[in-house]
Design a protein around this ligand. Structure first.
Ligand code: HH2
Length: 284
């Protein structure tokens, strides 16, 4: 299985990729306001790469439940200076966490390689996908029910694993057949915490193996998320142990990319899990 994003290529099986989060937002739920100036964001990004991040995910709009929407001009003002300073210093791809085609295009022009689309489920026109196709960019298809403003109001599914699976199937078909985005450019993500109750999130994490059938890399983002607090009562700054538990189990169930704020710790946990799972497969 191959994942390509512009000039970057990852061939699986290989050690899982740890994606480090760089939020240039005042209001992200766990690191909001910490890296607001371009210099602070660039320094943080380089630190994450030094810790072992093989992809960076840059975000200029918080997606936390109930977050206020940001204008395109403001999002560009936040992310473009970071990309311009960061990309020339990097050997790893940068993904841009945006729902806006205008931001995606400008970010690709400034050297980003992957579009991380948390609105892949509600998108009604092809503009974003045409931009992905034109640039041969990587594209993360993340599942969400509703938009961040309303998604946690009343999430409801008959069978969340089946419905997310159906969504992947439908979007993969559309990307390939209607827009001409090759499968090699696509990553799938069940969107933990996006329009899901605690029970839905746990069911998705328990059912991750189901999503291997698409033969695309699977991205899992659990880092510090509120379902951990709901289950265990931990505050956001105390959710690393449970985040690592989820990440290592996800690796055992075939995840190839782990999105996290805590890169050094996640790399260590994931490498250990991989060493053990590699031997387990011999025993099975
Ligand atoms: N989670 C968040 C944001 N973007 N993208 C993908 N593909 N998968 C995820 O699980 C995911 C994501 C939420 O985390 P964070 O960026 O820390 O918070 P905020 O959205 O408040 O900036």
């Amino acid at each position: 299985m191959v994942f390509t994003a512009r000039q970057f290529e990852f061939r699986f099986p290989r050690p899982a990729l740890v994606m480090g989060v760089v939020n240039v937002t005042p209001d992200s739920f766990s690191d909001g306001g910490k890296y607001l100036t371009p210099d602070a964001a660039v320094a943080h990004a380089l630190e994450l790469v030094a810790q072992g991040a093989e992809i960076l995910d840059l975000g200029g709009e918080s997606t936390r439940p109930g977050a206020a929407p940001v204008s395109e001009a403001e999002e560009l003002r936040r992310v473009l200076p970071v990309l311009q300073k960061l990309v020339p210093q990097l050997k790893v791809p940068v993904s841009i966490d945006t729902t806006k085609p205008g931001v995606a295009r400008a970010a690709l022009d400034a050297g980003a390689s992957i579009i991380n689309d948390i609105a892949a489920a509600t998108r009604t026109d092809f503009t974003m996908w045409q931009i992905v196709a034109e640039h041969r960019a990587g594209y993360i298809v993340m599942h969400a029910q509703g938009s961040p403003a309303t998604m946690q109001a009343q999430p409801a599914y008959r069978d969340v694993v089946r419905e997310v699976s159906g969504f992947f199937s439908e979007r993969l078909g559309m990307l390939l057949n209607e827009v001409g985005v090759p499968m090699e450019q696509v990553v799938l993500d069940p969107g933990i915490g996006f329009g899901k109750t605690l029970e839905h999130n746990l069911a998705l994490l328990a059912g991750l193996k189901t999503f291997s059938k698409w033969r695309r890399p699977l991205l899992v983002g659990v880092s510090r998320k509120s379902f951990i607090g709901q289950l265990l009562g931990a505050e956001v700054q105390n959710r690393l142990p449970a985040s690592l538990a989820c990440a290592t189990l996800a690796i055992g169930d075939g995840a190839q990319i782990i999105r996290t704020h805590d890169v050094a710790e996640t790399v260590q946990a994931v490498r250990m899990a991989e060493a053990i799972y590699a031997r387990k497969n011999h025993v099975d």
